[in-house]
Ligand binder design. Structure first.
Ligand code: RB5
Length: 147
């Protein structure tokens, strides 16, 4: 079955999002674009929360977010239980975010990576499995309950 991947951006990530949607489609995925729908200025948390909610609730296994630095999107997405949103600025970081951290949301810093770099980052993140083992214990410790 075709995997649906929710994807969202603010205005800073809007153009790169279009390129990544093309790439996802050509790789056989079905991107579900939750906005923004144009280059006009918007607030990144509005889109981070929509994508993160889908992953947190288990409606989708993974998602993608883009903003200028990647940081604001990651801050907002990581407020959701079970979400591990990783800012990746190289394919190596994207691979390690999967292998060591089981990152279920990829966040792209759209103003700091080229289109070609972003495509390589996306492909590495999509194709790298979680390594498990000692990383499973560490990832489990990320979820924190106030006492
Ligand atoms: C928008 O100018 C910018 O602040 C936003 O895209 C992002 O970088 C925030 O973290």
């Amino acid at each position: 079955m075709t995997e649906i991947i929710p994807i969202g951006s603010d205005h800073a990530g809007y153009a790169l999002k279009a390129r990544l949607k093309q790439e996802l489609t050509s790789l056989g995925y079905q991107p579900d674009d939750l906005g923004t729908d144009g280059p006009g200025s918007v607030d990144y948390p509005d889109f981070a929360h929509q994508v993160a909610k889908r992953v947190s609730e288990g409606a989708d296994a993974r998602g993608i977010l883009l903003c200028g630095t990647g940081l604001g999107m990651a801050y907002a997405a990581n407020r959701h239980s079970g979400v591990r949103a990783a800012v990746a600025w190289s394919a190596e970081i994207a691979g390690l975010a999967r292998e060591h951290n089981d990152a279920n949301i990829l966040v792209l810093p759209a103003r700091f990576v080229s289109e070609d770099e972003a495509v390589l980052i996306l492909r590495r993140w999509l194709d790298t499995p979680f390594a498990g083992g000692r990383h499973l214990r560490r990832v489990a410790k990320i979820e924190w309950e106030p006492t």
